[in-house]
Design a protein around this ligand. Structure first.
Ligand SMILES: Cc1ncc(C[n+]2csc(CCOP(=O)(O)OP(=O)(O)O)c2C)c(N)n1
Length: 543
């Protein structure tokens, strides 16, 4: 068989369902081989769309999402989504064509040193310089992408190698079980928690990856310890759980941060430092930190680990909970009550443009608990992270490691492909939407229904928020938008414009039943941003 056919068989062997990408001249062989495969190729309109789709598909399924591009410019266009997956610890395998090995040693049309280019944004970057190494390289790429901490891998496929003859050889796909936590560490952690006066849990995205949400909720419940989650761990404890405190990470005073101020022991579970700098929640460096994760902690002056419990997070939580003494009382309950009070405050707010809080209330009302929201990056993300009540893990996807604009729309397409029975919606700013809006055509062509909820302010809203906070004035944040409703309609999608605050909820409900690509253009009142900053700036902790 041809090497390209073997390569595709190796992808099938890994259970790949979709490859997101754009065909090119240097991947002709692979594209042709895919015709004889069960794998579905999703042709996109920009390689960045493909890498973001693979990124979000990986987050949601825990299997590597796969994206493919040609050499040179196709490959460079993949990079942002690949870097996003790697820093956010989403499993992804990126593939690029390459010129034949007989022209890699010299200046040559579209040739870049791709394995070196992808090295800093992946866990593994390799070239298929010999057809016999295909099974090993593919297996290694998937194994590393899908092992903790999960991330991105890159494979370059030179075109002359792809057409060579090779024998079929598939390696078994095996998964090594997670290591068991050491008994001594479990006992030390239990003793630390039992002796603590005001412990608090900080749950991170590693809890989602470990599938440890149930164990986390049981742990908190049994030991009566409040849980704050990072943006990327929304839903790891249901917001309705009595121990849930809400999301931490606004980089400002907030009710949640009062919980950290008051705590003597901070129990970090599946927490990656990339999600929320430790200096923001532990500026004093004087609290006792317990680290529970699959792997040892990153070194950071503000993250001095007193006890580290390393291994299967689910087992670590269960065993510590069995040995530790439960705490009494509901020390931080007022923090949660304040936050819920804020959420309720604007549910009937009819002012226009619509307040962020009201948009989020209506969104939560319209969507089922299993439906998936993919946030883009901007002020809307901050509001969503703080106020959207997620009751299940992986139902509010937020990129907060690399935090790249443009992930929302392609991410929603991937979410719908991964879970066709759920509604997939992106909450996006107008700027982030227009970075990858061309993927509306992809969604329509492949028949994937998604809802695009654009928070329209004709500005780089988050940057204005930062400038106003720091300097009291702003610069270079304004732009003009096309008519977004007409723009969506020109693709063949549906477009709705919110013209009063009362429009939004019925439009969301209509969009869900429309079952096609629907854009809702929602003018947003971002004067609420600085009001929130001022309110939280003068916050006196209620505990
Ligand atoms: C690719 C990329 N470019 C730039 C940034 C920096 N950045 C973060 S948010 C933001 C503004 C986003 O504007 P918009 O999409 O309209 O959302 P809004 O903040 O208005 O809600 C910018 C420029 C980024 N995170 N990613």
């Amino acid at each position: 068989m041809k090497a390209a056919a073997l390569f595709v068989r190796c992808l099938e062997n890994e259970g790949v369902e979709y490859v997101f990408g754009i065909p090119g001249e240097e991947n002709l062989e692979v594209m042709d081989a895919l015709l004889d495969s069960s794998i579905r190729f999703i042709t996109v309109r920009h390689e960045q769309g493909a890498s973001f789709m693979a990124d979000v598909y990986g987050r949601l399924t825990e299997r590597a999402g796969v994206c493919l591009a040609t050499l040179g410019p196709g490959a460079t266009n993949l990079i942002t989504g690949v870097a996003d997956a790697n820093l956010d610890h989403a499993p992804l395998v990126a593939i690029a064509g390459q010129a034949g090995t007989n022209r890699l040693h010299k200046e040559s049309h579209q040739v870049l040193d791709l394995t070196n280019l992808f090295e800093p944004v992946t866990k593994y970057s390799a070239s298929l310089l010999d057809p016999d190494i295909i099974p090993e390289v593919v297996r290694k790429a998937f194994k590393l992408a899908q092992s903790e901490k999960t991330g991105a891998a890159f494979i370059e496929f030179p075109e002359n190698i792809a057409s060579l003859e090779v024998a079929l050889d598939l390696l078994p796909v095996t998964q090594t079980p997670d290591p068991e936590p050491a008994a001594g560490e479990v006992a030390a952690a239990a003793a630390l928690i039992s002796a603590a006066r005001h412990p608090i849990i900080l749950a991170g995205n590693g809890v989602v990856r470990a599938g440890a949400s149930r164990q986390l909720a049981d742990f908190a419940d049994k030991l009566n310890i409040p849980v704050a989650n990072t943006f990327m761990a929304k839903g790891v404890i249901p917001f309705g759980h009595r121990c849930a405190l809400g999301s931490a990470g606004l980089q400002a005073n907030d009710y949640v941060s009062c919980g950290f101020d008051q705590a003597d022991v901070i129990i970090c579970v599946g927490y990656d430092l990339v999600e929320y700098h430790p200096y923001l929640w532990h500026p004093t460096r004087d609290r006792t930190i317990l680290h529970i994760d699959y792997s040892p902690a990153e070194t950071d002056a503000h993250y001095p680990v007193a006890v580290g419990v390393i291994g299967d997070v689910r087992h670590s939580l269960d065993r510590i909970a069995q040995q530790a003494t439960p705490h009494q009382g509901e020390h931080v309950r007022p923090l949660r009550e304040r936050l819920v009070g804020e959420m309720l405050q604007h549910r009937d707010d009819l002012e226009f443009p619509v307040k962020p809080q009201k948009i989020i209330w209506d969104l939560r009302t319209a969507l089922d608990l299993e439906d998936i929201v993919v946030c883009d990056v901007g002020a809307h993300k901050m509001w969503m992270a703080r106020m959207y009540q997620a009751e299940r893990p992986n139902t509010c996807i937020i990129s907060n490691g690399f935090a790249s604009m443009g992930i929302g729309l392609p991410g929603a397409i991937a979410a719908k492909l991964a879970y066709p029975d759920r509604t997939a919606l992106t909450v996006t700013g107008d700027a982030g939407f227009l970075m990858n809006s061309q993927e509306m055509e992809t969604a329509l062509r492949i028949g994937v229904a998604i809802i695009i909820l654009v928070w329209n302010d004709s500005k780089y809203g988050l940057i204005k928020w930062h400038q106003d906070r720091r300097f009291g004035r702003d610069t270079q944040i304004d732009f003009n938008n096309p008519d977004l409703v007409k723009y969506a309609e020109s693709f063949g999608a549906k477009g709705y414009r919110v013209e009063s605050a009362g429009d939004l909820l019925p439009m969301l409900k209509q969009a869900i039943t429309d079952d096609t690509v629907v854009l809702i253009d929602c003018p947003v009142d971002y004067s609420e941003n600085m009001k929130l900053t001022e309110k939280l700036g003068s916050l006196i902790c209620p505990i």
